[in-house]
Write a protein that binds this ligand. Sequence first.
Ligand code: ACM
Ligand code: ZN
Length: 552
Amino acid sequence: MKVSILIVIVLSSFFTGCRTGSTSGKENVYAIIPAPVSLREMRGNFTFTIKSNIILSAVNDENKLAADFLAALIKNPTGFIIPVVQGKKGVSGSVFMSIDKALTSAEGYTLKVTSRRIEIKARTAAGLFYAVQTIRQLLPPAVEKDSIVNNLTLKVPCCEIADEPRFGYRGMHLDVGRHMFPVEYVKRYIDMIALHKMNTFHWHLTEDQGWRIEIKKYPRLTEVGAFRKETVVGHPGKNPVYDGNPYGGFYSQDEVRQIVAYAKSKFVTIIPEIEMPGHSLAALAAYPELACTKGPFEVGKKWGVVEDVYCAGKEETFKFLEDVLTEVIDLFPGEYIHIGGDECPKTRWEKCPLCQKRIKDEGLKDEKELQSYFIKRIEKFLVSKGKRLIGWDEILEGGLAPEATVMSWRGVAGGIEAAKQGHDVIMSPNKYAYLDYYQCEPEGQPLAIGGYLPLENVYSFDPQFAELSTEEQKHILGVQGNVWSEYLNTPQYMEYMAYPRMFAISEIGWTPAYKKDFEDFLARLKVQSLRYDKIGINYFKGEYRNTRAERK
Ligand code: ACM
Ligand code: ZN
């Protein structure tokens, strides 16, 4: 019989009255983000020594990732080389990691720390890895340093934790189209996703203002599409001003492979996004024959929605996109490919004889149904390659593709509608999850796109909806934070906007709703901020509360 972690949790909570993170006056040593389902604080500490080792019940490449990660953490401040060995049980002074198929959650784990030993159980290697991330957060920030200090006594406070995620999809997005971030920063972003037990990186790779992934069959995508002549200064008004500085770059396929492998080693799956039919100006600048009108086109220099999109009437468009997707599929082993689908003006299609012919030939009602035809055709191709399609919630318009997963961004209504239609949904509503919005009053802040989204508001989001039945609710796969980069023109500014709001997203995705507590989260954040300092994250340190809210 399978033992549910939840049963353990409910029982242990009942008997111990446990809390997520200590908010009492004493030192907050259990400041875990996202808060675990069940935490029982105990007296004493486990101390790593030169004789410690990590014993794995089943040594394989995946399980070893968790063990090696922990060994590296210990080595940083102590210099101890902790061996990873195979064994059947824990011994005094050791960390014992075992795979236990009796646990039901794919990513859950149990962790028991006593003064004598540490014991971790998980159903999968991912669960072992998340247990290690918990240990990491229980260790002092010094473990984050690469340089060896050699003399630090490393202690883990004793506790019993039973933990599992609330949602299977816990993602972060990054737009590299508007501004690009170096490979090392993308890896660092993945590191932070993993530290907070998130499992998906949505990589927004193509935009009007830049095509960022090498496609061997279409070299002009990066020769031409990856570079813009200049960039708008400030918000583009009626008379935009440009900086006169050429801007661009792209990730080679080798770099993409490197990042995909890196993400895999952190139990993060990458979902690449190739935008269509809209947000495609950079591709049209490279291959103008794919548009409804003649062009020529220039890679976008200012932000906003562009009228020129892929022509839905031309067969060449689909040939091109299928070729591009074939190379993308070869690079990304995950099950999903994101095809965008958002903000596609229909003005060119309305006037294009080929698009109108397509509408007639296919018996479509209007341009919205033409978009639906476009997405359905791409979905058929992706499914034939063993992949699943995700699109922004505009793909509902004109009818959803049969197996599409919807990413709800214009609020939650699109996602709720899709779930009612039996489609999977990822919740990423701009009101709660757009981390490019101002996070406090704009005065004195670097220029952002607009909005007002303090940490408290992000944290308040709950992807559970009264309108959905229990069955429909199961289609809500999880939550994602989006980091659009129109104004985020350096890695430092990107980090400033992403953190610590990313950690609120992580807790929405992982921690049961009944355990969520913003004050408690702030107390834990205060402790973990020291870790971010050590890692060198440029996180926002201002007002985390919603100062516009009326308080009682
Ligand atoms: C979006 O923000 N256009 C998905
Ligand atoms: Zn057309």
